[in-house]
Write a protein that binds this ligand. Structure first.
Ligand SMILES: [Zn+2]
Length: 173
């Protein structure tokens, strides 16, 4: 399976992902193809929709204290549901689908997540810190929401201008 990361303003990124019902070989192939792409592109999280798969699937791999992302730290979330949102935190976020841009975004400090693993087993996780932030960011992708949607209107305008300029430069270089 060859996958490519879709970049803003690709309209597919605005689609709402649908629940996974079959935990079959096709799902496993998708997850297995997404993982190396996330690592190669230095991502800590990747949602299916970012590679054009409109299913409620997320990968998360938060770097350890040495900055490594060993595969045993990989979390695969199928059909995640976030609850128990508490506190507030701000983090400078980026996104593989919005290359080269980083912005301070407000998120809940801690959350709980109910989800299924690749075999359909129901799982529960409590998260805080960067994992909590990454889950909220990736979960937004499932709803067609990008982190730049959370910017104030003046910062959003500035972003659109700079992004357009970057796309133009990319094309000509
Ligand atoms: Zn993203």
């Amino acid at each position: 399976m060859h996958l490519k990361i879709l970049e803003y303003p690709d309209k597919t990124l605005r689609e709402k992902s649908v629940a996974v019902e079959k935990f079959d070989a096709l799902l496993h192939n998708m997850l297995d193809a997404m993982y190396p792409l996330m690592i190669q592109t230095n991502g800590i999280g990747l949602a299916g929709i970012q590679v054009g798969i409109t299913k409620r699937i997320l990968l998360l791999n938060i770097p350890d204290e040495d900055g490594e992302q060993p595969k045993e730290n990989l979390i695969e979330m199928i059909n995640p549901v976030i609850s128990n949102k508490k506190g507030e935190t701000t983090y400078q976020e980026g996104c593989l689908s919005v290359p080269s841009f980083y912005e301070d975004i407000n998120r809940f400090e801690s959350i709980s997540v109910n989800y299924q693993d690749r075999d359909g087993n129901t799982t529960f996780l409590e998260a805080d810190g960067l994992l909590s932030i990454a889950i909220q960011h990736e979960h937004d992708h499932l709803e067609g929401i990008l982190f730049i949607d959370k910017l104030s209107s003046s910062r959003r305008r500035k972003f659109e201008k700079e992004y357009k300029k970057m796309l133009k430069e990319k094309k000509t270089s």
